[in-house]
Design a binder for this molecule. Structure first.
Ligand code: SF4
Length: 297
């Protein structure tokens, strides 16, 4: 519960506020950038109170998604309803799960609707309203964990939904030793129709991306968009091997996709698959030099 007595001074006057518990995860700005302000790596504040019902709805989704409950509403109007607002439609067949977890530093998780079983990409914070909505949407067959850092409440989701958890063997640790499926090696692995697991070692040894229908590429912390609309990766948050991450980026450039949907950072869409591929190839070349883009991850 956010505390009004700890509200940060930058907040615009009005109902919504951010308090000093904010960990600068950027979740609220990604969801409701018209309301929440501050640079991507800095503490958030309410830059402008929501102007209408849709902006209010999105701001309350951010309140629900905030991993440390740093966003408050004086009136609490609509807050209870917002708790059932996730998963929130993002693109055809793709929804944002909100409910970011502090243990994942607020990483995004995604739901992919599939006729042969829905896929959850990375683990949201466990929450009863989200569970109910996931069940209403057909449940979750597979939980694809992009890497060791964004696993959050994976075990509770497994117990609640019976999903098969997929994680690369190189990122399995004590808390994930019981995952149902371990990816091995560096070659892509088909997980089902239209689903391809793509190992991208670098950020961590066992990082993996998930390619869906040659359109959506879920990248965890390997690759992300930023608020300026650029693609990025950062040596500063590469926990394993930067050269390996650059090599993984080069391999990604050979795939067909339009969207980059990360754990941290902003979603990114290329004007076409060819543009997306060219942008990733350009980033890979930068990584072979010394350029460092934005510092998220
Ligand atoms: S979602 Fe919460 S923790 Fe993250 S930037 Fe916004 S207020 Fe801060």
């Amino acid at each position: 519960m956010a505390r009004l007595s700890r509200a940060v001074p930058e907040n615009a006057p009005g109902d919504l506020f951010v308090d000093d518990a904010c960990i600068a995860c950027d979740t609220c700005r990604a969801l409701a950038g018209e309301t929440f302000a501050g640079d991507e790596d800095e503490r958030a504040f309410v830059g402008r109170q929501p102007a209408g019902p849709e902006e209010r709805r999105r701001a309350l989704l951010a309140l629900v998604a905030c991993p440390v409950a740093a966003i408050g509403s004086r009136s609490k109007e609509g807050v209870a309803e917002a708790a059932s607002g996730f998963p929130d439609p993002f693109a055809p067949g793709v929804l944002r799960c909100g409910y970011a977890a502090e243990s994942s530093f607020g990483a995004a998780s995604w739901l992919v609707l599939r006729p042969d079983g829905n896929v959850l990409v990375d683990s949201p914070r466990f929450a009863a309203p989200l569970r109910a909505r996931l069940e209403a949407l057909g449940g979750v067959r597979t939980m694809f964990l992009t890497h060791r850092d964004d696993v959050a409440d994976h075990r509770r989701w497994r117990e609640a939904l019976g999903c098969e958890r997929v994680l690369h063997a190189r990122d399995v640790s004590g808390s994930t030793r019981d995952v149902e499926r371990r990816l091995e090696g560096d070659d892509p692995v088909p997980l089902g129709p239209g689903l391809l697991a793509v190992p991208v070692p670098g950020h961590t040894a066992g990082s993996a991306a998930l390619l869906v229908d040659d359109t959506y590429l879920f990248t965890g912390d390997h690759l992300w968009g930023d608020a300026a609309g650029r693609l990025g990766a950062s040596r500063a948050v590469c926990w394993w091997d930067w050269d390996a991450q650059a090599a993984s980026m080069e391999r990604l450039a050979a795939l067909r996709f339009e969207w980059v949907l990360p754990g941290h950072g902003r979603p990114w869409r290329g004007a076409s698959a060819a543009v997306a591929s060219a942008e990733v190839a350009a980033l890979a070349r930068e990584m072979r030099g010394v350029t460092i883009r934005s510092g998220r991850g």
